[in-house]
Design a protein around this ligand. Structure first.
Ligand code: ZN
Length: 281
């Protein structure tokens, strides 16, 4: 075993119940996210990437479009920030991305999946995280607290307005998906847990549509947190469906507390995968 592999094995074994040997694991690298503006006219700040670098260590990844989901989980055991000084983003920054090293325990069930990853087929990764700041690139306004007159994707003074995601508070999971939102096969959708004040929208009093969107976002967060906290969302879903925004917020914060207390789960058991599937539907 070369020293590079030995080093990787040592790092990943910090996350396993027993020490795994080189033959038992499959190790691969993924680009989790970068600072390029994506199709939704959003991008991460470099500071956000640095925070995500810390938060993604130990996080579980899933392969959500694969029908045979048993054993299809991987875990990030190491992360690094990588810069390409020869490449500029559309905003003129040095291209910077967050890479993750992940491992899977080799099983008969994930043999085909490993072949696909090796063959470069499943490269698009989506992450979900919470950003406390969604700044307008034109005026710097955090759109989570107040709206501004600038519309995403519209040009102002020759520059396209976009939203800069910053102040990352949490990272949940990552997954392999079919179509990436980010142009640089890396990240797709991020979920932020909070709705944004679109330009021209209401600032304080929300209209019905906004409340509905907020509830939907909160339910997604709650289902994800249920999974992380080891709760069965199938059982809680009907209750969550009847909750108001404030009840959902309270429920969410309870689950967040619970998740902080719980250690990171090990590679998922069959039951946990069941509950994962149920909230993804
Ligand atoms: Zn603005």
């Amino acid at each position: 075993m070369d020293s590079n592999n030995k080093d990787k094995l040592e790092k990943l074994n910090k996350f396993t119940r027993r020490n795994l040997s080189e033959d038992e694991v499959y190790i691969f690298d993924v680009v989790l996210c970068d600072n390029e503006v994506d199709r939704d006219c959003e991008c991460f700040s470099v500071k956000a990437l640095e925070k995500l670098k810390e938060l993604f260590v130990g996080k579980t990844g899933i392969f959500d479009h694969n029908p045979k989901s048993s054993g299809q989980t991987a875990r990030i055991f190491d992360t690094q920030i990588s810069e390409d000084p020869n490449r500029k983003t559309s905003r003129g920054e040095i291209y910077t991305c967050l890479k993750g090293s992940a491992y899977m325990v080799r099983t008969a069930a994930n043999e085909d999946l490993i072949k696909e990853i090796d063959g470069g087929i499943k490269k698009e990764v989506s992450i979900s995280c919470s950003a406390a700041s969604r700044k307008c690139s034109v005026c710097g306004q955090n759109r989570l607290s107040k709206s501004c007159p600038h519309k995403k994707g519209k040009e102002y003074g020759g520059k396209k307005a976009c939203i800069i995601l910053d102040d990352i508070t949490d990272a949940y999971e990552w997954s392999f998906v079919a179509v990436p939102a980010q142009i640089n096969a890396g990240v797709t959708k991020k979920s932020y847990g909070q709705p944004e004040y679109e330009s021209g929208g209401e600032i304080n009093g929300c209209d019905n549509e906004t409340v509905e969107k907020l509830c939907d976002n909160l339910k997604k967060d709650v289902s994800r947190l249920c999974f992380l906290a080891g709760e069965n969302y199938k059982l809680l879903k009907s209750a969550a469906d009847k909750m108001s925004v404030s009840e959902l917020l309270e429920f969410k914060s309870e689950l967040e507390k619970k998740c902080r207390k719980n250690p990171v789960p090990d590679i998922l058991s069959g039951d946990e995968e069941e509950s994962l599937k149920s909230f993804r539907m």
